[in-house]
Design a protein around this ligand. Sequence first.
Ligand SMILES: [Ca+2]
Length: 404
Amino acid sequence: MLNRRNTCYRIAMALFACFTASPLVAEDEKAAAVSEVTSNQPNIIFFFTDDHGWRDSEPYGNPYIKTPNMTRLAKESMQFMHAYAASPTCSPSRSTVVTGLMPHRCGADFFGAPIARDIKVMSGYFNEAGYHTVSAGKGGYLQGGWGLSSPGSNRYTQGIGDVDRADEYIRNYKGEKPLFMYIGCGPPHQPWQKNKIYEPEKIPVPPNFVDTPETRLAMADYYQDVTVMDEKLGKVLDALDAREDLKKNTLFVFSTDQGAHLPFGKWNLYDTGLRVPFMASWPGVIEPGSKTESMINLADVLPTFLEASGESIPDGLDGRSFLPVLKDGSQKHRDVVFGTHTGNNNGPEGNHNNNPMRTIRTPTHRYIFGSSEQFVGGIGCSFEERGGAPRDSEQQSLFCVLGV
Ligand SMILES: [Ca+2]
């Protein structure tokens, strides 16, 4: 049994061997060449929400939740049905998005760990590409922590703080440079706004949840916060509609950093934790109202933005541009996507974040390798605490070959 256990471990580690090259390092700030602005560089607006499960919106098939602005965006966008975060907690996932590097390669392997200070991030790339870079709301997880700050050439041209001022900024932007705007929307991250519009008894409880009044009350509050997020999205879309001169050359992307803080979601590598909504619009380039089954990892966002803006993609990134998919949704991108959860660098020993896991997702199945005996219990609950018999690591691994 030990040999089989070791074999499972070796297989899991081998799956991630492709990410072990040296991290990409930012050039010296003084030597960084700023490219000339070309007239065909698109504006890029990235609306990035927080803890929003892939099933929890109208365009992704939820029959009860109210997300009219996501539906509105879907009609102008390509909707990705297989988009996956690299990690199911904020900092590792967001760090991967802004670096194009998997969590263990950019320094943010653990929840709460910062990106290594010498690694270039998304804002730095677009500063060098000649963009006016702006961050609103919850910042990308940068070297400076959760806020907007980041050292040297990675610093945004401007930080406007409140996400509810993003629409005003778009309406009034008169700059000559193309606009790169990162809008970090806090909702539907906890604490959720108290439910005002939903009837808990009508909530469609997923089959893998325990259907109790408490579950429904929690989901109603979560749904409320998803609708709050949707209203903030609507304000930004209204502003962009009012600026047709900007919109006609704008790549607009909507996504989130991982699934909801609900069972099997955030902190876990099931689809509920890693699969995310992802929509992209770009007039004249992306077919409105289209869908694609192509698999993408959020590590692919940065190289896609770079290629879309005509910039070269540096060697050594884990992400790969899916620009060809944006132009033709039938194009294949990835055969598999990987995901990791390593733990928490600021929590007590044995708390609910300390369940190191790795996963590989094909178009039809997911395999999860959990190295901790707490793994099978999911969020904050060991298998023994749930009344089951203790399991060894091999059993835990096999236990989790559960499809998706
Ligand atoms: Ca998050």
